[in-house]
Write a protein that binds this ligand. Sequence first.
Ligand code: ADP
Length: 357
Amino acid sequence: MIEFKNVYKKYDSGTEALKNINLRIERGEFVFIVGASGSGKSTFLKTIMREEVPTSGSIMINNYDLTRMTDKEIPYFRRTMGIVFQDFRLIPTMSVYDNVAFAMRVIGANEKEIKKRVPYVLSLVGLQSKARSMPNEISGGEQQRVALARALVNNANTIIADEPTGNIDPEMSYEIVDLLNRINENGTTVIMVTHEHELVKKFNHRIVVIDHGSVISDTAAGGALSYDETTGYKPVRAAQPTPKETATPVTAVEIPVTAPTEETAPQVVPEPAPAPQPVSESVVEDPEEVDPIQAEIAAKVAAAVATPNQSLYMEQLAALAAAATPSSPSQEQQKNSFTNIDGVDYSKYFEDTEGEV
Ligand code: ADP
């Protein structure tokens, strides 16, 4: 359950990106977040991921109070979320398998567990036959499916998708949302920002419209929408000022299921979930199997994400893993691979670890 109460976010620049957001998303819902560029959608997602902290108001996610969360709690909280970006953010020097395995390695999972879980998650997204491929050897749609597998591999209960279809063609886009839909049918909450009206129309889910930092319509709160090619979504009936305690269930629409990919059609049937891990314990079950390198990576990652507002980007994690693994390419090579991959200079992460390994 995600609950925003009177949430405002004002950046240091003075921009009010969120204004009095009151919203409740139940566990297992699928919500489309739509709105014009600059309306506040990314800020909304960032506050959910605890990358930004509201200026005022409160956000409760499952049992976490995000406005009171300690820095130590942040990495554990983020493990409950799987994040999918528009630009995939795969690590270009790692195979499909390793891109997914990496997300488990950084939280200290053991190799036995990884060997069992990664092929299973790749099969869910129909990519078991591409496990050895490198990201540049597969299509954009397939890269996004790898990103989805990475988001799922640690048993996230919520998937946050920030324009996941923005860089892929319409047919593949449909396939990605169809996959998200199947994942959602098995109980995972999905929150997806999109500009694509055609997709929103095909999948009959709750739609929240954000405009100038405010929720101007919410189909779960009685809002009704009209859509115009140039102006986007506009409410024809405004959302109720106070969100209902329980979201109105949306009626599923019969939609044709896309043809399976060249591999067997993914059956998104959840594996029996591993027993929930107490927050303070590592996922490593057998202390005998703790790999000191992996433990070191996990410690460094925990330290890296413990700084408030610091993003847990995979490239940063890759940099940390590379620095902590003796057999990996030199730090200089890794630095060249990852610096500025999305316009961010990660070199400080190398400097931080220089000489320590
Ligand atoms: P959207 O995702 O809908 O395009 P954003 O949440 O990115 O919208 O932005 C909402 C508003 O906040 C915009 O006016 C944007 O310029 C501003 N904004 C976003 N991020 C920052 C930031 N880090 N610092 C200052 N202003 C920001």
